[in-house]
Each structure stands twice: as C-alpha cells, then as structure tokens.
Design a protein around this ligand. Structure first.
Ligand SMILES: Cc1ncc(COP(=O)(O)O)c(C=O)c1O
Length: 376
C-alpha cells in the first residue's frame, strides 16, 4: 500500500530514538523535571491518590481550566481547552485552521512542529528568518512580503526555541498588523514564557491583542513538569469548540491524574516555586556554558539569549550539525540536537537546565570530541 508523502518530526524522532539510551541527554528542552514526591505536600499527594480513573471532563476539568484562565486577563474557563501537552494543542490548531494549499508562515530557526504539520496537510510553508547578525531578531520587512492574501496562519514561538528571542511590543504589533492586513490567524506558542533570565520580566502573552488568535502553552518547560503531558489552547469560545471537536477524535481527554497535578502546579504559591526552581537551574547551566565556552577558542560560540534553558551553540568545524551530533552521541554518550532539525546548520542545541555538574561533564565530553575532530 502506498502512503502519502510524510514529513516526519526530525527533532522529536531523533530524541525518541536515543534520549533514554545515552548517559547525558542534553537534547531535551525542559529543565531537570521533578519527581512526583518532590513538590507535593502530603495533602496534595492524597489529592492525587483520590483522583478517580474514569474518563475525565473531555475539554479539561473545570478547576484546571479556571486556573489556566486566571493566568490571562479577561479570560474564563470557556476560552480554554486542556490538551496533552502544547504539542497536542499545536496539532489541534493546525487540524482546525489549515487546508491544502493554504500558506503558513513560521519562524526559522524554530521548533518545527507547525512547519511539519502544515507540510503534511499540503500547505505552502514560508519561513520568517531570525537574523543571527542582529541577535536573532526577526526580519519584519520580510514578514510583510511573506504574508499574502493566501496566508491562513502565521505561527510564532515567543520566547523562541531555540534562540530565546522575545518579540518586543512593537515587533508584536507588526506581526499582528501583517496578519490583520490579510485576515490571517495568529498562533503564538508561549511554552517558554516564564523562562526569562534575570532582568527580563515574564513575557506577556499575546492574548487579548488580536481577534484571530490562538495561544498555546504547557507545564513542560517553565514548570519542569513535562511528564504530566498537560498543555492548553486559549482562544475565543467558538474556536475552542472547533478545537475541542478535533480533540475528541485525537485523544478524547488529557489524563485525569495529570489534570489533578496540573491544578496544583498552577496554585499561585506552587507556581512561583516551580518557576523559580526552573530559573535557578537554567541560570546555573548558563554559567557553566559560559565558562566552558571560554576554554573552547573560536570553535564554539553563542549569541546572548534572554530566555529558555537552551544554548544554541554555533560551531566552526568542517561537518554538518547532524554529523557532529552523531559524533558526540557515539563517542561521548551525550545527546544534543542538531541545528538542522531546527532550521539552522552549524549549530547544536544544548539543554543547560540540569544539575550543573552534569552539564559541565557533558560539555567537557563535547569539547573533547571537537578537539579530536580538529586534530584529525
Ligand atoms: C516551542 C515548543 N512548543 C511545544 C513543545 C511541546 O511541548 P509539550 O511538552 O508541552 O508538548 C515544545 C517542546 O520542545 C516546544 O519547544
């Protein structure tokens, strides 16, 4: 039987092949995630054990949707659909909005989920470049040229994976104006909101700035709870209904125990604790990266990044990012993400938000592999 051509999700596939096999997995994009006991009081553990294992509310428990809505101005539970991670929310966005032949604009480098989904639906995908020569800022004149009357969706990730780029309010206005000019939808994936470095406040959501808008988010990155697999979409009520109809086909509902834990994670004090823990891990990891880079001559370099726990490291070696990542995996037992899977050759994406000693050890091994390649 012949199958339709399919663009696989190269980054996620690479991780799923090796992330549980290597000694040091630095290809992830969360911080070191929590164990269930670590962050729950005895009462909260009891609430988890009391969770019934019947089908939960399909669009998300009311309590969780209310807690999510409370993170936004002028939103209520009817604006929210709880999903299996932001990845499912993003999939529902594509399944709901896109048809073959539509044009879609995505950021590059970027997390290539909407990019791949849109290709698989038969859309024409255009890339909005983030320019390394300007500290990974977007070329918004180019955006004006990319958006045409056939553009159905502009999809951005803010803060961006892998560059950490945070759009300024004026840049956001320009993105919205480009969408409004042709009536396109704007999807903003905000999973890295809350991962900003000191001196940058929490990135404001785009929620409320445009009428054809869907924001997605999850507990995976800023909260260090990727194993819960809880995310959400927030949009106008009618669009929530449309996403929900697709969600019923895709998964029926997110897992009940995960929704219980997600409600706990979003209690204000718990939320502050989780965000602070994540920021501390990321900041320690960034210092380890900075000190390692000082010993690497000109082989590795990074541009300043205001958010995420990621180092998007440029390398000067005569090979592709996939070849280098494979050399590092096979020789050093360390997994990193090749930049080509995020749309930028000559880069590796390295997660920094683990125990600093572990990051330091893994970086030293990467340095040793690079030194061996240079000698050869
Ligand atoms: C920008 C972006 N969106 C969504 C996801 C998926 O996250 P989740 O664990 O919430 O499904 C990721 C994971 O790397 C990501 O980087």
């Amino acid at each position: 039987m012949t199958r339709a051509p399919f663009q696989s999700f190269e980054l996620e596939h690479y991780q799923s092949l090796y992330e549980h096999e290597v000694e040091f997995n630095l290809a992830d994009s969360s911080v070191k995630c929590l164990g269930t006991r670590e962050w729950l009081t005895p009462d909260e553990q009891a609430a988890l054990l009391d969770t019934g294992l019947f089908y939960p509310q399909v669009n998300g428990t009311l309590d969780l949707r209310q807690r999510i809505a409370a993170l936004y101005t002028d939103a209520d539970a009817a604006n929210v659909l709880v999903t299996v991670g932001a990845s499912q929310a993003n999939s529902m966005v594509c399944a709901t909005l896109l048809q073959p032949g539509d044009e879609v604009v995505v950021m590059s480098p970027g997390y290539r989920q909407v990019w791949g989904h849109a290709k698989n639906i038969g859309c024409v995908v255009k890339e909005l470049p983030l320019d390394p020569a300007r500290g990974w800022r977007p070329d918004l004149d180019m955006l004006d040229r990319l958006v045409t009357s056939r553009t159905r969706l502009v999809a951005i990730v803010n803060p961006n994976n892998p560059t950490g780029t945070i759009l300024s309010s004026e840049e956001g206005d320009r993105v919205i104006a480009a969408c409004a000019r042709v009536g396109a939808w704007l999807h903003v994936d905000e999973v890295y909101g809350g991962t900003e470095i000191d001196g940058f406040g929490e990135t404001p959501s785009f929620w409320g700035r445009y009428d054809r808008l869907i924001c997605t988010n999850s507990l995976s990155k800023a909260y260090g709870l990727s194993g819960l697999r809880i995310g959400w979409a927030i949009t106008d009520r009618q669009t929530i209904e449309d996403l929900w109809r697709r969600h019923e086909y895709a998964v029926i509902a997110a897992a009940a125990p995960s929704m219980t834990l997600a409600s706990i994670a979003l209690q204000p004090a718990k939320r502050r604790f989780l965000l602070e823990r994540q920021r501390n891990l990321s900041s320690a990891g960034r210092q380890v990266l900075a000190s390692w880079l000082r010993d690497q001559g000109n082989v590795f370099s990074v541009l300043p990044s205001p958010a995420t726990s990621l180092g998007f490291v440029r390398f000067d070696l005569p090979m592709t990012s996939f070849e280098l990542a494979e050399a590092i995996r096979t020789k050093a037992n360390v997994l990193v993400a090749p930049g080509s899977f995020l749309g930028a050759e000559q880069h590796l994406r390295i997660t920094l938000g683990y125990e600093p000693e572990k990051v330091a050890k893994a970086l030293d091994r990467i340095g040793a592999v690079a030194a061996e390649i240079r000698r050869a």
